[in-house]
Design a protein around this ligand. Structure first.
Ligand SMILES: CCCCCCCCCCCCCCCCCCCCCCCCCCCCCC(=O)SCCNC(=O)CCNC(=O)[C@H](O)C(C)(C)COP(=O)(O)OP(=O)(O)OC[C@H]1O[C@@H](n2cnc3c(N)ncnc32)[C@H](O)[C@@H]1OP(=O)(O)O
Ligand SMILES: NC(=O)C1=CN([C@@H]2O[C@H](COP(=O)(O)OP(=O)(O)OC[C@H]3O[C@@H](n4cnc5c(N)ncnc54)[C@H](OP(=O)(O)O)[C@@H]3O)[C@@H](O)[C@H]2O)C=CC1
Length: 606
């Protein structure tokens, strides 16, 4: 076979990666390369993914695998490359659970259901290793360290503290020092092919336009790490605002420091950095994909709800899933924590959150977690196979390719509550964005605090435990932490991410899809709201008709309350003021005249 055209780069790279074996067999590199290619791509009559093939027989180390992104990463790896050798998970015991117990709980969750089909022995592929990234030496035992150093081929470093209010010392330890320690370990791994570091698109949120480069920090990370050894807590707290400068929190600051640390080690290692923006629920995987793009948007949720209402009310959503009801083209957004918008969506859906200070035209740079994971795996493959000369940074954002602003997103979230109401709402969902600080304070006092205080009073009077003011305190704190991100817009360049997309084979573009242009925001938001209901609130779909009834009741109470308030105020005004009486007479006579005119003109026409 003769090749007249150069091989596409994705093919050339994979052949380059696999060629030594072919050369050993003494055949022509191109011919055996083609054979290898055909064999590889046509296993079981199916074209194979080069990225999935790359992870075959690999020993992969993941940090943060118990977190939101880490779980989705682990799931996708096991599902698409079930023949990988082992996944080492650096983790700590938590909430009274040992490492194996924690891992068992994760692997037996709904997220991993599909994996069980393709990789029934997935438990054997996972090797939990005790580590505490909060300790300076990561607390890994000697034996474990030995194994990790001698076997690891690939590292995905996802662990971090993502809290915005983390004291600087702890944030530095987790997001900077632990990264430095891992890089040190990586430099002693003879078989290491690639180190993928997960950062955030907001590490440089003090800038408006952000390129795929590492920006220097004012103070060297090494100096910050050193100073944390000897400064006491009071001084660290005092210097924190000065150090973080125009960044809003210790999280974004320490993630920026972490990147600089990575860059400083990049000469010796094959490293890539991924910067996702606001990571949201899954979009396409692992649950069934919505087939309803464009004008059919929302059809799948309607379908689900139609089927839900026709199902016996005793069916749980789980049963319906099993019976295939939800499988009829419905994709549920999987999410398992309250970070990012998820917590606020719940608060809005339950009627607690009524006012957010936000710029409605600012870009809501949300990115589905499965998109981030697909890019991460593609980057791992590309960096290992191509070994770029410098550390490449990949922005995983939606704003420049498929922008959606907070106004549109907010409206869609609110519209979704009509179809997918949450159970036991505190009030009818009716949130709004305000742009003015004063108006926002007013609405918070009237719509957040006043009802919470009144309701707690009612609970106390009826002998129950008050809880709404406490909840409001928490909501206020969350809002104060998150509002920065809904009042600013950023532009992220995505040249490296765009370049990588072109490097993928058509099959890889499908299996590891990170093309955010294909996302339909209306569908995605509906699925997100639905996913929150199912996976976070653990509410049954069969309860939707009842929740709708509750909302109707709350709406009637709301109308009744407002009308009563208006009439009482008006009555009091009329009783006390001649001017109010005159206005009232004027309105009544105006309405009467208007009605008489309308009746006369319609009689003439007839
Ligand atoms: C053109 C005209 C248009 C007009 C338009 C009109 C439209 C009107 C429509 C309006 C609709 C409004 C709809 C509402 C939807 C809102 C959408 C806005 C979303 C804004 C989201 C912005 C997100 C920004 C993300 C930042 C980007 C950075 C990304 C990253 O790189 S990192 C990942 C993000 N990290 C985080 O999100 C962490 C944030 N969390 C924290 O820092 C902390 O948790 C905390 C908020 C400081 C709270 O700390 P605490 O110590 O007080 O609490 P703790 O964490 O210990 O938890 C205690 C209990 O509280 C629960 N909880 C935790 N977090 C939340 C939360 N976010 N919301 C609610 N509850 C939360 C937690 O579970 C604990 O509960 P318990 O266990 O039961 O006690
Ligand atoms: N979520 C988002 O919106 C975004 C996230 N990112 C980045 O993505 C990565 C993953 O984030 P996400 O999954 O959302 O975060 P999570 O908070 O869900 O997960 C954090 C992970 O880090 C682990 N971890 C934290 N502290 C320690 C410790 N002391 N020792 C060992 N492990 C520890 C956690 O383990 P444990 O379960 O034991 O607590 C958990 O597995 C982070 O690097 C984050 O900066 C970037 C942009 C946006």
């Amino acid at each position: 076979m003769r090749l007249t055209q150069p091989l596409p780069s994705f093919l050339a790279s994979s052949l380059a990666h696999e060629q030594p074996q072919c050369l050993l067999r003494g055949t022509s590199p191109v011919a055996s390369g083609m054979n290898f290619f055909l064999e590889l791509w046509k296993t079981k009559g199916r074209i194979m993914s080069m990225i999935a093939a790359y992870y075959k027989n690999k020993s992969i180390l993941i940090t943060g695998a118990t977190g939101f992104m880490g779980k989705v990463l682990m799931e996708k790896l096991l599902r698409t490359s079930p023949d990988l050798k082992v996944i080492y998970i650096l983790m700590r015991p938590k909430a009274g659970q040992t490492l194996p117990q924690r891992m068992l709980q994760i692997l037996s969750s709904k997220l991993f259901e599909k994996v069980k089909e393709v990789c029934p022995n997935m438990h054997e592929k996972i090797r939990p290793i005790y580590a505490d990234l909060g300790q300076s030496d990561l607390a890994i035992s000697k034996e474990d360290m030995q194994e990790l150093l001698s076997c690891t081929n690939i590292i995905f470093h996802c662990a971090a503290t993502v809290r915005f209010d983390e004291p600087l010392r702890h944030a530095v330890q987790l997001n900077v020092t632990a990264t430095q320690q891992l890089l040190l370990m990586a430099s002693q791994m003879p078989k290491l092919e690639v180190f993928v570091h997960i950062s955030t698109a907001f590490s440089n949120c003090n800038l408006k336009h952000i390129d795929e480069v590492i920006y220097p920090c004012q103070v060297e990370p090494k100096k910050i790490i050193d100073s944390m050894q000897w400064l006491d807590d009071a001084i660290v707290d005092e210097i924190t605002p000065k150090l973080i400068g125009d960044r809003p929190n210790t999280y974004t600051y320490t993630k920026a420091l972490g990147e600089v640390v990575v860059q400083q080690e990049s000469e010796n290692l094959n490293i890539a950095i991924i910067r996702p923006s606001i990571v949201g629920a899954t979009w396409q995987e692992p649950f069934p994909v919505s087939p309803a793009p464009g004008p059919q948007a929302g059809l799948h949720v309607d379908l689900l709800l139609a089927q839900t209402s026709s199902c016996p009310s005793s069916f749980s959503s789980h049963e319906m899933l099993d019976k295939g009801v939800l499988l009829a083209g419905v994709s549920l957004g999987w999410v398992d924590n309250l970070n990012g918008p998820s917590g606020l969506i719940i608060a809005a859906g339950k009627g607690l959150l009524r006012s957010v200070k936000a710029a409605p035209m600012a870009v809501a740079d949300l990115i589905p977690v499965d998109t981030v994971v697909n890019l991460t795996l593609a980057v791992g493959w590309y960096t290992a196979v191509h070994r770029p000369q410098s550390t490449l940074i990949y922005h995983c954002t939606s704003g420049n390719l498929n922008p959606c602003n907070w106004g549109k997103m907010g409206l869609q979230i609110m519209a979704s509550f009509e179809k997918i109401p949450y159970e036991k709402p505190f009030r009818r969902p009716n949130a709004d964005f305000t742009t003015n600080t004063f108006t926002n304070q007013y609405w918070k006092a009237v719509s957040h605090w006043a009802p919470a205080i009144m309701y707690d009073l009612y609970l106390q009077l009826t002998g129950r435990k008050p809880r709404f003011t406490k909840l409001m305190n928490r909501l206020s704190k969350t809002l104060s932490m998150l509002e920065y991100f809904v009042n600013h817009s950023w532009e992220w360049s995505t040249s490296n991410t765009d370049m990588l997309m072109l490097e993928l084979s058509p099959e890889d573009q499908r299996v590891f899809n990170f093309d955010i242009r294909q996302l339909n925001w209306l569908d995605y938001i509906e699925n997100y709201v639905l996913g929150i209901k199912k996976y976070l609130l653990k509410e049954d779909m069969s309860g939707i008709p009842k929740a709708r009834q509750q909302l109707k009741k709350l709406r009637n109470i709301h109308y009744f309350f407002n009308t009563a308030l208006f009439l009482i105020t008006w009555r009091l005004l009329i009783a006390r003021s001649q001017m109010a009486r005159n206005v009232w007479l004027f309105i009544v006579s105006f309405c009467y005249k208007f009605l008489s005119y309308f009746r006369a003109s319609s009689t003439l026409k007839a």
